[in-house]
Design a protein around this ligand. Sequence first.
Ligand code: FE2
Length: 434
Amino acid sequence: MATSKPKKPTSIHQEMVDRQVLFPAQFKGAGDDRIQKANKINGGQMVEIEWKDGIRSKFHSIWLRHNCHCSCCKLDVSGQPIVPLTEIPLEELYIQDTDISEENVLKVKWQEGDKTHQGYLPSSYLKTYCYSDGEIERKSNAARMTFTTDSKIPEIEYKEVMETQTGLYQWLSLLGDRGICMVRNVPTVEDHILKVSRRVALPQHTVYGYTFDVKDRPNASNAAFRSIALNLHMDQATYESPPGIQMLHCLRFDDQVVGGESVFADIHHIVDVFRQEHPGEFKTLCRVPVTYETIGYEDAAGRELPVHFQIRRPIISLNTYGHVIAIIYHEIMTGPLQVDEHDVEPFYKAYQMLMQAVRAWPNKFRVRLKPGDMITFQNRRLMHGRSAYVSNGGLRHIQGSYINIDEFRSMLIYLQNTVGDGSPIRRIGLLDMY
Ligand SMILES: [Fe+2]
């Protein structure tokens, strides 16, 4: 007869891992998270933690209570907080006592009105999400994009991306940091682009479907589907959430086709310089909303359904520390300006100056794609365009697809914490965490 094994006593830390409310890899970049001391301060309204490295962090009683990791306060597996916040008497919430367990977990006993609650929080969590003493501003500074004038496009092999986690991580890191990466030697098979995107996420659907084909179609109403030159732009600027990643897979580019070179420029880098050179116009573009529009009732131009997109938002968005966090820029989708009358002329002046800065930008990437090349880039950061071309009886056929920005960010963080060193990722042009 089988005897059931005696249940091993588990530590609080292990119990949180087993309940899947704590994933140790999530805090790979937390640094030295050993707690030296934890003392209640301000009459129990706060806890001050002194870390082994001498740094101190303060946490409010309500912040700790809301993030309590015990099984009454966090749902297993999802980790969602189920703390009955509405029932907690904020005026009568005090920390009675704190302790540090052997495995470095902060144990807290709260007095809340006439009740008490005993719970705990892992130290890695506290170290990572510390917010005291200007820490949020430091995190925001650390998340700034970095720029380079190097115009060589970084590259990676298709096989590495598809077959190894390190290859996938390298690809997404290059996309995250530089905003652009060429994937080489992708099979020239239609819809193969979807297999590549599925390493990250399901493709982002737009009115053009899951993929779109860029080749010369006489009379197409969308300039992308003609052979004329395309100014630098970002796709789907009329969406509230334009795609984060764009992938363009070259299936055919016959030798006799003349022109059709792809061009890329980093709008965040351009605006960073523009801000220093034209601070007044920069402020105008942060404040006055542009209108972007896509209208197509009759000719579907590669779309299955009629469309009437409109969005009104400032071209440049800042966070509370004045850092640029998002830019949405598309010259030929610019629709009728809808702003107060005193803003019309300043807006046009500033917009025209930004357009001139884009045209004059010296650090553009240029490439003539070859069959098997897949150029991938942050759609909201690396604007793309192409020179006009003449087919001469040949074919230029590019298939494109998108990845949603949040899903890209999520996979990048996961890989950063499991394959990489766990350090925080930089901004990717999303209205972002920091
Ligand atoms: Fe485009």
